[in-house]
Design a protein around this ligand. Sequence first.
Ligand code: DGT
Ligand code: CA
Ligand code: CA
Ligand code: ZN
Length: 620
Amino acid sequence: MPVPNSYIGQIFSQLADLLEIEGANQFRVRAYRNAAQIVSQWPRSLAEIIARGDELPKIAGLGKDLSGKVTEIATTGNCSLLQEIEKRIPGQLSTLLKIPGLGPKRVLLLRDCLRIENLRDLKRAAQEGKIRELPGLGPKIERVILRELRKPQVELPGSGEAPEKRRMPRQTAEQIIHPLLHWLENVLDVKRLIVAGSYRRGQETVGDLDLLATCDSPLSAADSIMERFIQYEEVASVLARGRTKTSVWLRSGIQVDLRVIPEESYGAALHYFTGSKSHNIAVRALGVKKGLKINEYGVYRGSRRIAGSTEEQVYRAVGLPYIEPELREQKGEIEAAFEDHLPSLVTLQDIRGDLHAHTLATDGRATIEELAEAALRKGYQYLSITDHTRHLTVAKGLDPGRLLEQIRKIDQINEKLGDLRVLKSSEVDILENGSLDLPDEILRELDITVCSVHYKFNLSREKQTERIIRAMDNPYFNILAHATGRLIGRRPPYEIDMERLMLAARERHCFFELNSQPDRLDLNEHHCRLAKELGVKVAISTDAHHVSELEFMRYGVTQARRGWLEPENILNTRSWPELQRLLFSKRSYSPLSRDHPQNSRDSLRKHMQSGRHRVPNSDS
Ligand code: DGT
Ligand code: CA
Ligand code: CA
Ligand code: ZN
């Protein structure tokens, strides 16, 4: 059996860790880390391509050297470079990497400060309470280490076990399902084709894909559609084949279940296979109370079928209005439906602009003009250019001089552009002490800011929360970008007290970003609901690094819908003048006003006199 992409990815990620431990060039380390990510999420099996004797597709981020390694791993199951480095690295240092929370930097710290070279040393040091004393570690990581070491030993990848059944990011699932739908569309007599399951509910990751096809009774097209399904070139194996249900395993490592149902059962089947299971159970229970039986074929009173061709009918039969798929998680939606309090969820059409995008000036791959033209084509009213600031050197972050240059350029572009306003903005680094990475004199020139944490992820919950609140005190802080720093499947969120942060944001007239990058999607759905409950507005932003990534807005909107958000809760459903009014309210807030009302009045007076738009920073 060919090695799965995830296996190749794991080897790359091991290589990155070991190279980092060895002190290799950081660009080389990053190249392997990127490659690990790219390869793991690549929708087609690379080993299969190689086994067929085909050439590997051109994959951005995978140069000649890395492609060579992919071929080596795919054909031999091994990587000679990995074996070499493992030999070079003394003792069992690399085994320490298996402990969650221990990356290369910490492993080196443990070695240099406590002479820890293997799991036994690690355990002893943790038991003796020595690890908590190291800078950046602490009692929590010590507890994690002890807990991990009590578990039966974690296996390194490549020890021959079956590829684990992992949940797939939504974007990857999307890339896989579209060509398959296209392939199936051509079957004669198929009326409808739709993806149900967690995918339709908008979950950020999916376990498997559930496809529904309808045709006229008595399922005239069932045989031909199943036949075409198993002939799809990406099918690696057929798990089960029946007339109405067939399951296959695709080369990309995901299972697809296809069900064929009669057209008149469309609504009942769609409802049934969209789930969630717990939502369905609750709906069926309501049916039972009314003497109804609900299954995937319809709603029945005794043997008489009373509904089932649309989902609306199914809900109506149990006395409910239609419930959007994103809400069907048995998390209050049924109660809300009964009380007629279902949210009117935000849609892509409600979005008026994008408040986070990067250009060639830092780590983006588009010019301001290209992004602006694309935003204009989308019918947006505004687009923020938010390049990084100087602290983020890996992204060529802008210093005040370069930012001023960009500001002037945006002014010129705005004179030429008709209906779109390019907003002067910045993704300002929040420094470790909570100050912002640009002086107020520069921040003052911007229309809006997004601020974010890009380093020191490992601060305690308390410290991280304080750090961000301190940053929000700055009068030019508008939106907290990617609030948890997580990368789905790769990096856990950093520790913060979300409720406290949101309360602080509300008090300071700050906002939260829902980052639409498909591997970020923070805020998660629970955070979105919390924001709504606490009255904190959310900006759905793409954080685009390329023109095509402006399309990521749909992932953000889906996530917002899962979080019950309505247009009213979203910042960028506003027109620019409305948005400006919301930003304006930040002015009336000064951190000093809490402790020193006099100071605050003074600064406000000064502000009025100077005719400035915003209150000068208290410490400037
Ligand atoms: P996933 O695939 O793990 O991301 O999550 P789902 O929700 O797509 O789950 P899946 O694929 O097992 O099933 C799809 C839907 O079909 C599920 O949401 C509800 C329905 N379903 C599947 N099996 C059963 C079952 O045994 N009983 C009931 N009531 N519903 C089921
Ligand atoms: Ca599923
Ligand atoms: Ca399934
Ligand atoms: Zn960022």
